[in-house]
Write a protein that binds this ligand. Sequence first.
Ligand code: CUA
Length: 421
Amino acid sequence: MLRALAPLALLVVLFALLAPAASALQYPNTTFNYTTEFNEAITHLWDRLLFWATVVFVIVQVGILYIIFKFKARPDSPEPKHVHGNTTLEILWTAIPAVILAFIAVPTVKTIFMTQAKAPANALQVEVIGHQWWWEFRYPEYGITTANELYLPVGRTVNFKLNTVDVLHSFWIPRLGGKRDLISNRTNYLWMTPRDSMALKALNGSCTEYCGASHANMKFRVFTVTPAQFASWAAHQKGNAVFGVAPTPAPATLPAAPAAESTSKAGQVGPALADAAAPAPVGFVFPREQIDPSTLPTATPPASISFPAGLTGDPTRGQQIYSRSSCIGCHKISGNPMSAGIIGPNLTHYGSRYTLASAQYANTTENLVRWIKNAPAMKPGSLMPAIGTGEYNPAIKAKVTMGGLNDQQIADVAAYLQALK
Ligand code: CUA
């Protein structure tokens, strides 16, 4: 008797462990919520499948237990009666599963049609381009190209146009809905409408299709904002980076930042000049204090990449070094005519981003200088080579000598990039 009850006890324990999953919102990457019509449809479907699966499970388990005890072999039991077919039973056990499957199939097919339908015509178009291993986001309506950080207005349907320049990737923002593959020579679409309740949320996104060495590092951030905040952000992102050339002033002499600006800094730890050199009001940037800590990258660069502590860079010098280095072959910075590369992430407003290296690291000076110095050591397989003189570059299986930058030059380039607000 006790032995027969053991599996039952195990199931009870299992359910007790799984129960917290029901209070889904504690989990930063939960998909079971009602943040968009897409996720709502999926969640409803899931609830329905779970309901029918539970009904079947309970009936089957009760039946098994009943039969186990009722027809248990006893020492004086007579030989069981032999049966040869039972038409009623056979019809029943064919018909009941068919009816249950119909209950599952109808809503499933309905949800497939709904989530594969064409987006509404007035949707915000966002082109998502997968690269090994980072995300390019383009807003054709606004003339914006950015990387790894996506701003979405609540209340407006966003229609993602999914393409890849290399291998297969898969685009997924768990809290909003998805996922859908980025396929070579084919365009996929995915659309959803973030609800108003999602205003001012920072969400995780990731690649969910194995795509090579740094698949697991191919992340991105999504910031859902109000339509007004989105308009402010978009208007600024559309323009050239705001970058002044004044020498680094003492922070105490800085003019007081406008109120709107004080919440708009990307929490960077770059030179004070980055703040002082912005004559125009900086467009909306997602406020740091609103960011759920679970969406802030915590990875740290390997200790093998050393960098002198306290070495500060000069943005103006950094601009000159950057503009005559190999950086410009891959990266574009609107406003810097030398920098027109397109195969790497667009860096126009790099200083307004929270993350670097496909949202794997926080965008801090400490991380950025090490990234410039030896990117492949921070993101295995990175197409960005090691730039630091004397650094081992796994891509060419050699140390960087020709064209490498020393630590001071790297600090200068980092200061330049972080000044690009
Ligand atoms: Cu891209 Cu996995």
